[in-house]
Design a protein around this ligand. Structure first.
Ligand SMILES: Nc1nc2c(ncn2[C@@H]2O[C@H](COP(=O)(O)OP(=O)(O)O)[C@@H](O)[C@H]2O)c(=O)[nH]1
Ligand SMILES: [Mg+2]
Length: 242
């Protein structure tokens, strides 16, 4: 299986053009704001074969996925695209890139674990998602969204098991703890340390769309995953920016 390659070591802040990290954060947001609907695929075989780096957003229903994607991209339209009848159980792709030059793709996968969905539909969907995560060749990173008040569900755990070999082979993984504004400081710190243990080989971050918490880190990280040369969030943290 081909896994998109990324630089062996995260780039540092020493850039030839000497631009400060804040400029990179701004650029990362500007880049995410270019998101536009590309296509919707009800089945895996309907997905276009792409060579561009692709980042998948996954998580149980109500985890805060739509809100997160909208906040990152600053585009309510994208959520509408994902809510259009017929697209709700589809993989929706959005392209990213300035001046119409697509350089990465976001994949919005339907939420799982919603009790009211008939069993057959659930099983079908789990197969589509499992196959997508295992076989999508240009998949560069996975953002697994989780409401830390509920913790990882059984389906989240299964998903992590499914992608573990790919994560070990270089697939990026971010366990994003949403709705962090609902936690106090101690709860947030505890949730983050548990998540760091659970995401073996990946990273964990706190996120709040309401408070705009974690927005800069996620933007920088996604850009780093797909464009390699951008400074990793760790570098920004070392500069005292986060
Ligand atoms: N307090 C708070 N609520 C949020 C946040 N993000 C999402 N929500 C709420 O959580 C619910 C589910 O969010 P949604 O984005 O639709 O979840 P999805 O099913 O995963 O797409 C909605 O009522 C949102 O308003 C957040 O950062 N803070
Ligand atoms: Mg949603």
């Amino acid at each position: 299986m081909h896994i998109s390659t990324t630089p062996a070591s995260p780039p540092t802040l020493e850039r030839t053009d000497g631009s400060p990290v804040r400029e990179h954060i701004k650029a990362a947001h500007g880049w995410l704001h270019t998101a536009r609907f590309l296509t919707s695929a009800p089945q895996l075989e309907h997905l276009p074969a792409l060579t561009l780096p692709e980042i998948a957003f996954v998580g149980r229903s109500n985890a805060g996925k739509s809100t997160c994607i909208n906040t990152l991209t600053q585009q309510k339209r994208l959520a509408f695209a994902s809510k259009t009848p017929g697209r709700t159980q589809s993989i929706n792709l959005f392209e990213l890139g300035k001046h119409g030059v697509t350089d990465a793709v976001l994949a919005d996968l339907p939420g799982y674990g919603y009790a009211a969905v008939p069993r057959e539909a659930k099983l079908r969907w789990q197969r589509v998602m499992g196959n997508y995560l295992l076989t999508r060749e240009n998949l560069t990173g996975v953002v697994l969204l989780c409401d830390p008040r509920l913790g990882l569900t059984e389906l989240d755990e299964i998903l992590l098991d499914v992608i573990r070999p790919r994560v070990q082979a270089g697939l990026h993984l971010l366990l994003l703890l949403t709705k962090a504004d609902k936690l106090n400081r101690a709860e947030a710190a505890k949730a983050l340390s548990i998540a760091r243990l659970q995401c073996g080989g990946g990273q964990a971050l706190l996120f709040s769309a309401l408070k705009k918490q974690g927005l800069d880190e996620v933007a920088l990280l996604l850009r780093h995953w797909t464009q390699g040369q951008e400074p990793a969030p760790e570098a920004a943290a070392a500069e005292g920016i986060f």
